[in-house]
Design a binder for this molecule. Structure first.
Ligand code: KIV
Ligand code: NA
Length: 278
């Protein structure tokens, strides 16, 4: 298997072949995603919520993204990896923006970066693209701006908002993005944008008429202790419950002295110690 690239992604749009993307933040999850033939892995700053225990993406730092992207890249050497630029790392000087991107590419080993925003970040997008780094846009509900938006609400519901989203999508296309994530946007607006731009759109809560779909790993698999249903998510497994049951069974077997059993025990005649780390 060879990693997807941005040229093939555009072709997939033209051919009507849906692009698949899922987040991953560490080695085992990225490896499993690659083995499941995912097209793109996103090291999203949803990392903050689902892995680091924050209540938004705002506290996630460049160090966090670099650290997690490195482990994903070690696992998924044949998958296209996109990493999020963290909150407020691309709104100051171009120099600062490029320094952050350099770290995520050189230390994190991502293939591309994703940035939230429209026309207002077009200059930064352009500078990164000119440096040879593919950029994935992200408009609609942009969680890094949650305090300004005033909550996690559906975008594009009125005429003016729909027009603004369309203009942002076009501004990003002109700035050179290879694709655009549309988050929590009405299906109608997402369809109109997908038709208006030549680059693929990847939806999350943006309906059916986009060029690809992205979901958060922990949502797809219910990898949480108290998963809250989200209308735009479909869950395909319940590994939170599996993990809890598995750990509870281990605890119980130690308490009741069922584990370790005969087969787990070493005797003097055993010479091979297999399965240790190192
Ligand atoms: O951080 C993330 O997981 C994302 C996706 C929801 C698109 O940005
Ligand atoms: Na994100």
């Amino acid at each position: 298997k060879r990693a997807l690239n941005i040229v093939k992604m555009k072709k997939m749009k033209q051919e009507g072949n849906p692009i698949t993307m899922i987040t991953a933040y560490d080695y085992p999850s990225a490896k499993l995603a690659e083995e499941a033939d995912i097209d793109i892995i996103l090291v999203g700053d949803s990392l903050g919520n689902v892995v680091l225990g924050y209540d938004s993406t705002i506290p996630v730092t460049t160090d966090d993204i670099v650290y997690h992207t490195r482990s994903v890249a070690r696992a998924a050497g044949n998958t296209f990896i996109v990493a999020d630029l963290p909150f407020m790392t691309y709104h100051g000087s171009i120099d600062e923006t490029l320094r952050t991107v350099r770290r995520i590419m050189q230390e994190g080993h991502a293939h591309a970066v994703k940035m939230e925003g429209g026309a207002e970040i077009a200059l930064q997008v352009q500078s990164i693209v000119q440096a040879g780094v593919p950029v994935l846009g992200h408009i609609g509900l942009t969680p890094q701006s949650v305090n300004q938006i005033g909550g996690y609400r559906v975008q594009g519901k009125d005429e003016q908002d729909a027009r603004r989203l369309m203009e942002d999508a076009k501004a990003l296309e002109r700035a050179g993005v290879f694709g655009i994530v549309l988050e929590l946007v009405t299906e109608e607006v997402a369809e109109a944008i997908s038709k208006a731009v030549s680059v693929p759109t990847i939806g999350i809560g943006a309906g059916r008429r986009v060029d690809g779909q992205v979901l958060v790993f922990h949502d797809v698999l219910k990898y949480d202790s108290d998963y809250r249903e989200k209308r735009f998510v479909k869950t395909y497994a319940d590994i939170g419950a599996e993990i809890r049951q598995g750990i509870a069974a281990y605890v119980n077997e130690v308490k009741t002295r069922q584990f370790p059993a005969q087969e787990h025990v070493f005797n003097a005649e055993d010479t091979v110690i297999a399965g240790l780390y190192g």
